[in-house]
Design a protein around this ligand. Structure first.
Ligand code: SAM
Length: 234
């Protein structure tokens, strides 16, 4: 993706970014591609595909972030998708990129410093544990997660972080509705309410939006590994 292509993709979906932000995105992509060659941050290996998919899937979420949102947590951020491009596009949003794997979190912290994304904090943690900490539970206006788990599991990992009135924004594949049906009970139980699934400008991606309308009961999330091993029944 050339600088012009990044800028026109962003404008095409209603995200206005300055040339300096386009430069940051471009530098981030270079660092991601380099790091990927070393330690497989993403399974996509074709550079052109990495660029369109990862930047596209990330920027496509920006129009769904409420204007008043001040904080965002990206659960299972890996190489920084979708959290890093969102942080670049919305510099006034405080963005926390969280992942369980130390080497990924080191990459995220170093990359944020190199590209000058001063609104980014990288945290190494398991979602199941971080969600029990006072500074993180029900503290975020927006939670994102891409390619981390099926929705029924993801809801349990992500919704505890949202304050009431906050929103979960999750890019999913073409089976998004099926996953939503499967997760309907978990969404209610954890205090969420699904909005209609949104189309994404990226082919093959749909966007699931969940509003947090009630507090999450204190028994959730269950112990580390359980949401994945035994998802809440539908
Ligand atoms: N979101 C990135 C993307 O779209 O390219 C990375 C996706 S990668 C397939 C899934 C990531 O989620 C991994 O980096 C893994 O370490 C992280 N992860 C999975 N379960 C997690 C949990 N319970 N807590 C924190 N991170 C988790």
């Amino acid at each position: 993706m050339t600088l012009n292509q990044i800028q026109s993709f962003a404008h095409g979906i209603g995200v206005s970014i300055e040339p300096s932000q386009v430069q940051m995105l471009d530098l981030y992509l270079d660092l991601l591609l380099d790091a990927n060659a070393q330690f497989n941050l993403t399974r996509i290996t074709d550079p052109a595909q990495i660029e369109t998919r990862l930047i596209g899937d990330s920027l496509a979420l920006v129009p769904h972030i409420p204007r008043a949102a001040r904080s965002l947590l990206d659960v299972g951020s890996g190489g920084g998708v979708p959290g890093m491009p969102i942080a670049i596009a919305r510099p006034r949003l405080e963005v926390t990129l969280m992942d369980a794997t130390g080497k990924k979190v080191r990459f995220l912290g170093e990359t944020a410093a190199v590209i000058g994304a001063n609104n980014v904090t990288a945290v190494q943690a398991r979602a199941e544990e971080l969600a029990r900490e006072r500074d993180h539970r029900e503290r975020y206006d927006v939670v994102t997660a891409r390619a981390v788990a099926r929705l029924a599991t993801l809801i349990e990992l992500a919704l505890p972080f949202l304050r009431i009135g906050g929103r979960g924004i999750f890019p999913k594949g073409s089976a998004a509705e099926e996953e939503l049906d499967e997760a309907a009970h978990a969404i209610r139980l954890l205090g969420g309410e699904a909005r209609p699934v949104q189309e994404s400008p990226v082919e093959g991606t749909r966007i699931v939006l969940i509003d947090k309308i009630r507090p999450t009961p204190s028994e959730f999330p269950r112990r580390t590994g359980i949401p994945n091993k035994t998802p809440l029944p539908g």
